[in-house]
Design a protein around this ligand. Structure first.
Ligand code: HEM
Ligand SMILES: *[C@@H]1O[C@H](CO)[C@@H](O)[C@H](O)[C@H]1NC(C)=O
Length: 339
């Protein structure tokens, strides 16, 4: 009897050791394939400072670039995951994401990434991925124009593929809340995170073709989108004439600030403007109109700091979509070309 109980104890001890080993084993394999804060702290300790410096210099001259870089990170992550596919140039017979109308010619800030990458290659060649540089640059932009700081787990690697038509997967400015929620859901982001990330539209601009459909011939019963504040609609009409059939892509047309009140400051004023019916895109104003999201809009309109904290968290989550880690992908030498 005593014998069997001691062997039982021995078995238990061995078993729990085994569990421990399995646990640490899976933890270490997990760690090697997931992103980590301070990923470059020994391999390239100056990497983040170099990116910050590049962003700082350019954004001081042109705050619009901060908007460009935040949007670029979003467009990277939503298409093939955060693998810097948005940065690649076309190759013979293969136009790249960069040239899809959702990106071209309005996506901006490429030169900041190139500059940071060039400087980093001098001090630590073949070490820091373009996908990480973009994630850092988006964070530094948020910090620079919104005082929103957050730590960015790194260790992304760069993809080999970029196809123009893949960028059709980006959500459209005509989408309503339910469709937006489903697009974000496909990438593992919640409805709340979708609403939170949309607050990025508190900076930057949109060109006439993205909202002119709301102004002159909305639908068969309304010439003008009834969810638009009428005097705001008049202001938008003064900027954007009715679309002509000239067939231009609209990029030569004027642009309008996405946030009517504080266009160069990344803050919760986006949500306040939605409650004033001055959301510029259908995809913005729908967040107030839809019962799925309206409560969150009202809450963020009233609580600036609550939004800012959540925004940082949601950016980190967005930055983890389908990343390449470990031995997948590569570290590009130049962000516009695969090695
Ligand atoms: C919810 C779905 C979204 C849609 C439909 C959408 C659509 C758009 C459109 C149409 C523009 C204007 C492009 C132009 O005409 O130049 C724009 C600009 C912008 N978007 Fe979004 N967006 C969405 C979500 C996001 C997210 C999640 C972020 C970042 C976290 C973001 C960041 C930006 C920024 C910063 C700009 C201004 C860019 C600049 O000034 O260069 N957007 N977006
Ligand atoms: C036109 O838009 C309004 C407001 O969004 C909507 O209530 C109405 O049902 C629409 N009418 C048609 C015919 O689609």
């Amino acid at each position: 009897m005593a014998n069997s109980s001691s062997s039982h104890k021995l078995f238990q001890a061995l078993f729990s050791k085994l569990l421990c080993i399995i646990f640490f084993f899976s933890l270490s394999t997990f760690a090697s394939t997931s992103l980590r804060v301070g990923f470059y702290s020994s391999s390239c300790p100056d990497a983040e400072a170099i990116v910050e410096d590049a962003v700082d210099k350019v954004v001081s001259r042109n705050p619009g670039i901060a908007a460009g870089l935040i949007r670029m990170h979003f467009h990277d992550c939503f298409v093939r995951g955060c693998d810097a596919s948005v940065l690649l140039e076309s190759t013979l017979g293969n136009p790249s994401e960069k040239y899809h109308p959702a990106n071209f010619p309005t996506l901006r800030g490429f030169e900041v990434i190139d500059e940071a990458k060039a400087k980093i290659e001098v001090v630590c060649p073949n070490t820091v991925s373009c996908a990480d540089i973009l994630a850092f640059a988006a964070r530094d932009s948020a910090n620079k124009v919104g005082g929103i700081n957050y730590v960015v787990p790194a260790g992304r690697r760069d993809g080999y593929i970029s196809r123009k038509e893949d960028a059709s997967a980006l959500p459209s400015f005509t989408f309503h809340a339910e469709r937006l929620a489903s697009e974000f859901g496909k990438r593992g982001l919640s409805v709340a995170e979708m609403v939170t990330l949309s607050g990025a539209h508190s900076i930057g601009i949109a060109h006439c073709p993205t909202f002119v459909g709301r102004l002159y011939s909305f639908n068969t019963t309304h010439a003008q989108d009834p969810s638009l504040d009428p005097s705001y609609a008049d202001y938008l009409k003064s900027k954007c004439p009715p679309p002509s059939s000239s067939g231009d892509d609209g990029s030569q047309q004027p642009d309008v600030d996405l946030d009517f009140s504080t266009p160069h400051h990344l803050d919760n004023s986006y949500y306040i403007e939605l409650t004033n019916h001055r959301g510029l895109l259908i995809s913005d104003q729908t967040l107030l109109s839809s019962s799925l999201t309206s409560k969150m809009v009202l809450r963020y309109a009233h609580h600036r700091s609550k939004w800012a904290t959540k925004f940082g968290k949601a950016m980190v989550k967005m930055g983890k979509i389908d990343v390449l880690t470990g031995s997948k992908g590569e570290i590009r030498r130049h962000c516009s070309f695969v090695n």
